[in-house]
Design a protein around this ligand. Structure first.
Ligand code: AR6
Length: 496
């Protein structure tokens, strides 16, 4: 069992009785909690949904917990300590919030982009359900979530119901305005005080994005994904569902490999010219790369619309990680198991839904995503050359080595196949989205491919490389891999 710290929703902080209930499938109802309703739709694989722990609501707002649950941060516009009372009419919500922020993209989406049935569905069906779910936060999430702090291995497991409840609050912007950098880390030892940096999680920044007063294509696609998620999950919750789980874990590289001494031989790389990383979802033992930002989610709640942002929209539950994931340092990454895909690229319904049979014993689907932030080298050639420095290459090697062999505390070692591609290498093009080219990380594709090959060999995992149709990349990578393999080249660049 992992010695790392976990959140209250994970087994570590539950007492023995609760652990037993989780593991032996005992469905004894606990009248204090609706999670324990006796006859829920429990499938043969999902033993039972965990009990939120503790059963009674705890009001807490301190520096190591995300302040989402505190009455101090659930306020109305006059600062009263209560959740915003929203009548089930969208206009009143928008009016209230527009005092703080102008939701021009959001308005334009409903006025100019969405069709009549989308508008009707949202205002009459989905929005009231989002409001109901948001208001249930003290009951569904009775305990503040411990932040996945930098330099600490820790993990959080949430039910899909809890995630939906948290995201409902983010949708309605009821969390305290965070602005990226929030509060200092309280500690009894003054010297250890530091600032904890987490991303923003309210959706207001997204609602404000517009181009000449109009909702951009990318924001429209994002909103469609988000609305489709809420529509699906709230309907499922009404039918007694939502008991699947998602685990979020922060991994730390404890010891750097001795790269110059490694005698591990560079192995196989499958080169895939057609697939997208996310299309490999659900294939057993596939670990899918999120080309991440140091702040998890990157620009998903803003203008950003490249690989990470798209992934966070289609696997919408990933968005909740913005609430509790501190900015990554060099030796860190996040691994997420169980985030379901709800949409395809255009923000419309995904054809195939994950079935309950696809879930593990804890109710998580077999989708493994690793959030790995590459170094940013920008767009001008002189700063891009910095990636050839030894320190830069070592940083990327170590980061990839860590990410390629994720640990989830309770999982056995696996023979992973890492699904990756042009990590840290800049601009993607997809017709459904407007691309913000300022976010190009500026990595050299060939260099990054070699570094990932080395990290994969060192981690003893296979590698599946999606070239994303970049012209000339697939043949040159094939040639390179053939030469390396034929000569049995080791990670330390020797010959075996
Ligand atoms: N599947 C496979 N390859 C892809 C895909 C995909 N779905 N999408 C893009 N590529 P980028 P980065 C290829 O720029 O450089 C975000 O804002 C394509 O060749 O998304 O690591 C994060 O939040 C593309 O040029 O990742 C960070 O802030 C290349 O992968 C930042 O971007 C890189 O995709 C990370 O930038």
């Amino acid at each position: 069992k992992s010695t790392s710290k976990t959140n209250g929703y994970d087994t570590d902080e539950m007492d023995e009785a609760e652990i037993n209930m989780m593991t032996n499938g005992n469905t004894t109802p606990n009248s204090q909690n609706p999670e324990d309703a006796p006859e829920r739709n429990i499938t043969k694989n999902v033993k039972r949904s965990p009990t939120p722990f503790p059963p009674d609501y705890i009001d807490c707002w301190d520096s190591t917990h995300t302040p989402v649950f505190s009455s101090k941060c659930i306020y109305d516009e006059k600062g009263r300590r209560e959740i915003i009372t929203m009548d089930q009419n969208s206009n009143s919500i928008i009016k209230k919030h527009s005092k703080f922020c102008r939701f021009r993209g959001f308005h334009s989406f409903f006025n100019d982009v969405a069709n009549a049935s989308e508008v009707e569905d949202f205002f009459l069906r989905t929005l009231p359900k989002i409001i109901d779910l948001a208001l249930r936060i003290p009951e569904i999430c009775p305990k503040p979530i411990r932040i996945l702090l930098a330099r600490e291995e820790s993990q959080i497991t949430l039910t899909q119901l809890q995630i939906a409840c948290l995201l409902s609050n983010a949708f309605l912007c009821t969390f305290p305005l965070q602005g990226g950098i929030l509060w200092s880390h309280s500690s009894t030892d003054e010297k250890k005080k530091r600032r904890v940096i987490i991303p923003e999680s309210n959706f207001d920044r997204l609602y404000a994005v517009h181009y000449k007063g109009k909702c951009s294509k990318s924001v429209a696609a994002k909103l469609r994904c988000i609305l489709h998620y809420f529509d699906t999950i709230t309907t499922r919750i009404e039918g007694g569902g939502g008991e699947g789980k998602v685990t979020f874990r922060r991994n730390i590289l404890e010891r750097e490999p001795q790269w110059t001494e490694s005698r591990k031989v560079i192995g196989e790389m499958v080169i895939d010219e057609e697939s997208l990383i996310e299309d490999c979802t659900g294939k057993e033992k596939y670990l899918e790369m999120d080309f991440a930002n140091r702040m998890i989610g990157g620009g998903v709640l803003g203008k950003g619309c490249i690989q990470e942002e798209i992934r966070f929209c289609i696997n919408t539950e990933l968005l909740v990680s913005t609430l509790f994931t501190e900015r990554f340092e060099d030796h860190e990454c996040a691994v997420i198991k169980g985030a379901e895909r709800f949409s395809n690229y255009s923000g419309e319904e995904e054809d195939e839904e994950d079935t309950d049979e696809d879930r593990d014993e804890q109710g998580r689907i077999e989708t493994w995503i690793v959030a790995l932030d590459a170094m940013y080298f920008g767009r001008d050639s002189s700063s891009q050359k910095k990636q050839l420095q030894k320190s830069s290459m070592l940083r990327e090697l170590n980061k990839a080595r860590l990410g390629f062999q994720p640990c989830l505390g309770d999982t056995e070692d696996r023979q992973w196949c890492v699904v990756t591609g042009n990590w840290g290498c800049g601009v993607s093009l997809h017709s459904s989205f407007i691309i913000n080219t300022d976010q190009a990380f500026g990595g050299y594709q060939d260099l990054k491919a070699v570094l990932q090959l080395m990290a994969a060999a060192e981690a003893e995992v296979k590698i599946w490389y999606c070239t994303f149709g970049v012209p000339g990349l697939a043949p040159s990578l094939k040639e390179l891999v053939n030469v390396l393999k034929k000569n049995r080249i080791t990670v330390s660049c020797g010959k075996l």
